[in-house]
Design a protein around this ligand. Structure first.
Ligand code: B3K
Ligand code: ZN
Length: 879
């Protein structure tokens, strides 16, 4: 497979003014008739040649302006249809035959259970008909669907329903028309036996919008939370971004077989059932929050993605980074801003940083790819959102909003670039973002090395900041980034007033205990004057930039920041840094054969946190949660991650805290018991989260925790508490502790797919010795299905991603399991195969395992019929 480069971008030779599609949905095959109203593009290369994309299509007929096209006027290629001597303007019609029933890639038109549905982003439309399947070709679509109404009573596509008729054949015909020009990747079609819930929304200008969520009948009672989230998203986008919805109808459909979370097709969002259905017995608290965030994300795409879209797929972060920023702001406004920030940073640091340090590292705006589906990454999404967040920080909220307004106004109906976004931000704010653009073009996580010096006589405190960025594939040297560094200085009685040397004091500023330093050179000093005492620096407040920061804190100073700083993120981060140091120390003790001794300071700090009534329980849970094994491995760096040692050390610290704080833990555990009926409210979620944290520590320390977990499992009226109890039992208990409740869970909830998926996932994380055999056994379970991405992700993805000691077993059986299923999936669903593979690509990290991991990658590389998706990841990892 070939590599596609950003530098080779060419505008399309033709535009498609109007697209008319006709679908005849059948049980054996589907006949698609397209009518493309083509117009030569004045900005294109202006020849009569046109290459339409097409894959797995059977061409039945092709006509130009009504006349059958002679065979010498076109050429069928491997994945395209080449047309010659086309006039400037013409009507091209094609009839193609496709077989959705056999389409296991879940891209294009396919079957999920008994329904038909589509997924076209990024390049799935070419599996439906021959087309200019690229985002800079925007067209007005009219879609006609003929189908047997007894099997497919619901027939949906984008835009407005224009007519419904009964055909002489007995089929039903519907016609949908979407007045907004859109690229093919936003096209959608759904046909099936579906029920729906309906509600409405009145927009700020008084437009009445009908909102519908379509699901299988059995799930009709699980739509309330998504509907509520949708309405709140619509209001929030009006208030915060001035974005109003633009059609009279907005539909959401839930499907079981789906490659990712959801898809923002114009007015017809298609969702993975796991990202839209909510019920206390099938959806955890985290799941409820995820549904809210994803519903919002897809809705926000209506402007950031659909009305203004991407010129080419290198610009993917233009819509994804911006939309993730928007959904993160929404979630922050709906719940706790600090907790949301902590969750996002946790993901970024444990997973995106690893991506940025691995063989697939790429800039937020990549320069080349083999398979675009491999670039729906944490870098494009989460780091992309961090880049937008930094612009927000640099400009301030008002100028940022003005920039956003200008961007939407100027580019409405266009397909544009990241550069256009930055230009709008510059123009609206008058700020120069030239150097800031390095965030779009350079890969890798920058590192800030910060050191301090204190001049007692002058009351002057200096922070010296040096930035660097490690080399990444194809980028040996990096230019300095613009890094906004949020800071405060903590004194004995709280945060100190800040006065930077050479800057006028600002009398207007009431709160001058916080500032943002602009780090834009390799090495810089910042001097603070007029200080009464030597402060402790509070650095990278709010995680103001996606960087690693090194500062040599004493444990005492970390404790002070943890309990006394004004910035919630820094308080949490200090607790993390403290824990990282303590775990590393225990790891060394264990390595030298000694008994682990956990620093009493850490135990004391944990007690204090538990007894701090001012802390929100959700935040406390975050602060008490030890850094994950994956993050600790990431911190260890290349060639130095020892998963078994990390696991044992982390366990030992958990046990020590659990033992030392037993009383306080059990007290909080009891106090926080929720007496009311289940609600996914902030207060209840916080309470359950802290209870789970307490229970984990208690179980790490001994029997008491296991007893409480048994009680909790039996008494629970929701899946959140059932699973947190079961997790504790299966991670800390013996077989006799978890076997019966594990079976009980399946007996009670085996009929609920989404609950079963979490049951599979939990078993995939169990750290005991039988884990690999258990996963293999579960792959034979009647509820497992390799064709269903949710099942594969729950069982195999969770095993490889969240069971480090077993995935990285020294006997290599964990790696072999992953390689075998990737090889099988390569032929069934390349996108899922390639995604599942990610943990193997990190072979450089794992001391003593690299050869085993590489050997599996080499086996995959030698496979016949390797998909471009898997080929790209394997070949780049082996470089
Ligand atoms: N835009 C889709 C992702 C499509 C992935 C294609 N491989 C969902 C989202 O980001 O909202
Ligand atoms: Zn998105």
């Amino acid at each position: 497979p070939g590599t596609i480069h950003l530098k080779d971008y060419q505008p399309p030779g033709y535009l498609v003014n109007r697209t008319e599609l006709h679908f005849l949905l059948g049980e054996e095959d589907t006949i698609v008739t397209s009518k493309l109203h083509l117009l030569r593009n004045t900005e294109g290369s202006s020849s009569g040649e046109l290459e339409l994309d097409g894959q797995d299509l059977e061409l039945v007929e092709i006509r130009l302006d009504g006349e059958i096209l002679e065979a010498d006027r076109y050429e069928l290629r491997e994945a395209s249809l080449l047309l010659r001597d086309l006039p400037e303007q013409c009507l091209l019609s094609c009839v193609t035959r496709i077989q959705p029933q056999l389409n296991t890639s879940l891209e294009g038109l396919y079957r999920s259970q008994t329904m038909f549905c589509t997924q076209c982003e990024a390049e799935g439309f070419r599996k439906i008909t021959y087309y200019l399947d690229r985002p800079d070709v925007m067209s007005v679509f009219t879609v006609t669907i003929d189908a047997d109404a007894s099997r497919y009573p619901v027939l949906l596509s984008n835009g407005n329903l224009e007519e419904t008729t009964l055909l002489p054949s007995g089929d039903t015909r519907v016609v949908w028309h979407d007045p907004f020009p859109k690229p093919s990747y936003l096209f959608a079609l759904v046909a099936g036996q579906l029920e729906h819930v309906e509600d409405s929304f009145v927009t700020c200008s008084g437009r009445d919008v009908t909102l519908r969520i379509y699901v299988e009948e059995k799930d009709i009672d699980k739509c309330g939370h998504a509907m509520d989230s949708l309405q709140r998203s619509m209001r929030w986008d009006e208030e915060r971004f001035g974005r109003e919805y633009d059609l009279d109808i907005f539909n959401v459909v839930a499907v079981d077989d789906f490659n990712m979370g959801a898809m923002e097709n114009k007015s017809l969002n298609i969702f993975n059932t796991s990202c839209v259905l909510c019920d206390p017995d099938t959806t955890t608290d985290v799941g409820y929050q995820r549904v809210e965030a994803i519903v919002a994300h897809e809705y926000f795409h209506n402007w950031s993605g659909n009305r203004v879209t991407c010129r080419d797929w290198f610009q993917l972060s233009l819509k994804e980074g911006f939309t993730v920023f928007r959904d993160a702001e929404f979630s922050s406004d709906m719940g706790s801003r600090t907790v949301k920030r902590v969750e996002d940073v946790t993901l970024l640091r444990s997973a995106q940083f690893a991506e940025d340090a691995g063989p697939m590292a790429h800039p937020v705006r990549p320069e080349s790819y083999i398979e675009i589906n491999n670039f729906y990454t944490l870098t494009v999404y989460e780091k992309g959102a961090e880049v937008v967040r930094m612009i927000h920080t640099l400009l301030g909220p008002d100028a940022f909003r003005a920039g956003s307004d200008l961007y939407f106004e100027r580019h409405d109906g266009q397909a544009v670039t990241c550069e256009d976004f930055v230009l709008a931000m510059e123009e609206a704010s008058g700020k120069d973002l030239s150097q800031f653009r390095n965030w779009y073009s350079q890969a890798g996580t920058p590192r800030l090395a910060v050191s301090e010096s204190w001049d007692e006589d002058a009351g002057a405190y200096t922070l010296s900041v040096a930035q660097s960025c490690p080399p990444t594939p194809g980028q040996a040297e990096k230019k300095p980034f613009v890094i906004p560094l949020g800071i405060g200085l903590l004194g004995d009685a709280g945060n100190l007033r800040l006065q930077l040397e050479g800057e006028e004091p600002d009398p207007e500023l009431e709160d001058n205990t916080h500032t943002v330093l602009m780090v834009d050179q390799q090495q810089q000093d910042f001097v603070f004057t007029g200080l009464p005492e030597k402060p402790v620096p509070s650095l990278l407040r709010g995680f103001s930039a996606p960087v690693r920061l090194d500062f040599d804190y004493s444990r005492e100073d970390l404790c002070r920041l943890m309990s006394g700083d004004d910035d919630g993120f820094v308080r949490w981060d200090s607790a993390q840094t403290l824990a990282v140091g303590v775990i590393a120390e225990v790891q060394q003790q264990l390595a030298s054969g000694g008994e682990p001794v956990v620093d009493p300071l850490f135990l004391q700090a944990s007690i204090q946190l538990l007894q701090d009534p001012s802390l929100d329980p959700a935040m406390l849970a975050e602060m008490l949660t030890l850094p994950s094994e994956n993050y600790l491995a990431e911190l260890a760096g290349e060639g130095a991650a020892d998963v078994d040692a990390i696991h044992s050390a982390r366990r030992a610290v958990q046990a020590a805290v659990g033992g030392h704080c037993a009383q306080a833990l059990e007290q909080r555990y009891r106090e926080l018991r929720v007496e009311e009926a289940y609600a996914a409210s902030g207060a209840q979620i916080a309470a359950r989260s802290l209870r789970a944290t307490c229970l984990t520590y208690l179980a790490a320390a001994g029997e008491r925790g296991l007893e409480l977990a048994q009680e909790q499992f039996s008494a629970a009226d929701n899946i959140t508490e059932r699973l947190s109890a079961l997790r504790v039992l299966s991670h800390f208990g013996k077989r006799a502790d978890w076997e019966q409740p594990m079976e009980q869970f399946y007996k009670d909830w085996g009929h609920e797919t989404l609950a079963v998926n979490q049951w599979l996932a939990l078993q995939a994380t169990m750290p005991d010795d039988a884990a690999v055999a258990r996963v293999r056994h579960l792959m034979e379970h009647p509820d497992f299905d390799i064709r269903n991405p949710n099942k594969v992700r729950s069982l195999v993805g969770t095993f490889a991603g969240q069971n480090p000691v077993n995935f990285h077993r020294a006997d290599g059986t964990g790696y072999r399991l992953l390689r075998q299923i990737v090889a099988e999936l390569n032929a069934i669903n390349p996108q899922i195969a390639s995604r599942l593979l990610a943990p193997l690509t990190k072979w450089r990290y794992y001391s003593g395992r690299a050869d085993l991991m590489r050997a599996e990658l080499e086996q995959l590389a030698a496979l016949d019929g390797l998909s471009p998706d898997v080929f790209e990841v394997v070949s780049k990892s082996l470089k």
